[in-house]
Design a protein around this ligand. Structure first.
Ligand code: ATP
Ligand code: MG
Length: 498
């Protein structure tokens, strides 16, 4: 088999070989080459010690690249060599000295790292047979595959299996529990029986793993095409309870007449749709979590059961789950917002332009596309999709129609200064209240957004008695909250709220 290996990699291997060292391509890149997949990164293993690698490549960098390479060594003896490649995957090539790992007392990090003499020793510390493959170089040309653990056979049979005793391998580094699922989802592979049994038995070890590492693997699982299978595998292998226990509340939680799936299955199916569509991460996550609040809000049983407020409860749970996994504030807010807003109601002829403006004010015009994607995932994932694409197209048409209309106090033709001037009042909370009264009127009729009209309204408002004014402000607030709660309550009742 001939492999296409980038020039940068061949050059680096050549430098090592010429200096009398061995160089091998290892890990995921060999696996991916054998599968005819594009490797995500190119890792080289060598018997040269890190300081020797550093010395060699300092000269190499000077001799071959325009700029001298910055070279670093990390705590695991990996040296990064900067190349002049434009390709992200080749900008830094990691060269790791052969090593075997000592005992793991904390189930996370080896107590010590020992350098090894041979590639075979190095391969034996790697996690899975399909990752324990190496490709040798001869004069910078790809040579033979080194496969002491039957990795090629497992690649052919599409099986993930640990190198050596699975129980031991998981107790050395419990993140491998999730790496199995990630790799199986990425490659569409099955998990060897003994390996699968060991995952279930050792699942609890995941509690020892830093949340950041768990999060990284979870993100990778969700970003695969088989994200939904990945989540189901996490559940089957008893891992999900340590990652997103709240999602498990939906297992066996039946729904009403609008659904044929349980809450859990529905969430997973919604995720599946977004993965098939290759949507970005935050949309996939919002689809997976969109109904996470249902089990806690379920009232009644059978076809008429209800889930009032599940989007609000769900958004709170979403924040809790994602904070716990140390997701960035940006992701937490975006996903929670989509979960909170996923239930928007729209029906042609029933929702007015004012309603659409309020919808935009609530969800933010920049989030409309994402929200519609989550909504589509919800619909397809229900198993009984109703024919609504027309409604969505109509909503988009309406959004387009009203998109330049004022939807926030900042877009009014009067500002706080005008309010103070016309009403002769000092800065204070009333200013905001008065602006929201005006905004409520403008949301219904944007043609009134002129300074003449609004100044007139301001002086009228100024003449109102204080209690009348606070009554108006209270009503504006109520109206706002009514829309912010997702759907008008009456409509919710009428449609049982999915
Ligand atoms: P990807 O395609 O995502 O890069 P990969 O298999 O290359 O997948 P990396 O995280 O880049 O995964 O790791 C490179 C190699 O290092 C793996 O193929 C494997 O041989 C080894 N490895 C990585 N993590 C572990 C681990 N936790 N335990 C043992 N070996 C590991
Ligand atoms: Mg890799």
């Amino acid at each position: 088999m001939r492999f296409t290996i980038p020039k940068e990699i061949k050059d680096i291997a050549d430098v090592l070989e010429k200096a009398g060292y061995r160089a091998y391509l290892v890990g995921g890149s060999v696996r991916d080459l054998l599968l005819s997949r594009e490797p995500k990164d190119w890792d080289i293993a060598t018997d040269a010690k890190p300081d020797e690698v550093q010395k060699l490549f300092f000269t190499f960098a000077k001799a071959t690249a325009d700029k001298p390479a910055t070279i670093y060594e990390n705590q695991f003896g990996t040296v990064g060599v900067k190349t002049s490649s434009e390709d992200e995957r080749l900008k830094v090539v990691e060269i790791t000295t052969f090593r075997i790992e000592g005992k793991y007392t904390d189930k996370r990090h080896p107590d010590e790292i020992k350098f090894a003499e041979t590639i075979e020793e190095d391969l034996s510390r790697r996690d899975f047979t399909v990752n324990a493959l190496a490709l040798s170089f001869v004069e910078g040309i790809a040579g033979e595959i080194i496969d002491p653990h039957g990795g090629q056979k497992d690649l052919k049979e599409k099986i993930i299996r640990t190198v050596g005793n699975p129980r031991e391998r998981f107790s050395e580094d419990a993140l491998r529990l999730m790496r199995v699922v990630r790799l199986a989802a990425e490659l569409g592979f099955k998990v060897d029986k003994e390996t699968a049994k060991a995952i279930q038995d050792e699942a609890g070890l995941l509690e020892m793993i830093a949340k950041e590492r768990i999060r990284e693997e979870l993100v990778k699982i969700i970003m695969t095409l088989r994200a939904a299978t990945g989540i189901v595998m996490l559940e089957d292998y008893k891992l999900l309870r340590y990652i997103m226990p709240e999602l498990r509340e939906g297992i066996g939680c039946g729904q009403n007449k609008h659904h044929i799936y349980t809450v859990f299955d529905h969430n997973v199916r919604a995720l599946n749709y977004t993965a098939e569509k290759k949507y970005p991460f935050h949309i996939r996550l919002a689809a997976l979590l969109h109904d996470v609040g249902k089990p806690r809000t379920k009232r009644g049983e059978g076809p008429n059961s209800t889930f009032y407020n599940h989007e609000v409860v769900g958004a709170k749970l979403t924040i809790k789950i994602l904070d716990r996994l140390h997701f960035s504030k940006d992701i937490v807010e975006k996903v929670a917002h989509l979960v909170r807003s996923h239930l928007f109601y729209y029906n042609v002829g029933e929702v007015t332009e004012g309603g659409v403006r309020r919808f935009l004010r609530r969800v933010g015009p920049e989030n409309v596309d994402d929200l519609i994607k989550v909504r589509e995932a919800d619909r397809i994932g229900s198993g009984v999709p109703k024919a609504v694409p027309y409604k969505i197209r109509h909503l988009l048409f309406m959004v387009e129609k009203v998109k330049n209309d004022p939807i926030s106090p900042k877009m009014l033709k009067v500002d706080g200064g005008d309010v103070m001037r016309v009403l002769g009042i000092k800065p204070g909370p009333e200013i905001g209240q008065i602006l929201s009264i005006l905004l409520e009127e403008i949301l219904d009729d944007p043609s009134k957004n002129t300074s003449e009209h609004l100044e007139l309204r301001l002086s009228e408002l100024g003449k109102l008695k204080e209690d009348k004014l606070s009554e108006l402000s209270r009503r504006a607030q109520e109206r706002k909250e009514e829309f912010e709660s997702g759907v008008e309550r009456e409509i919710k009742k009428k449609y049982y709220v999915k």
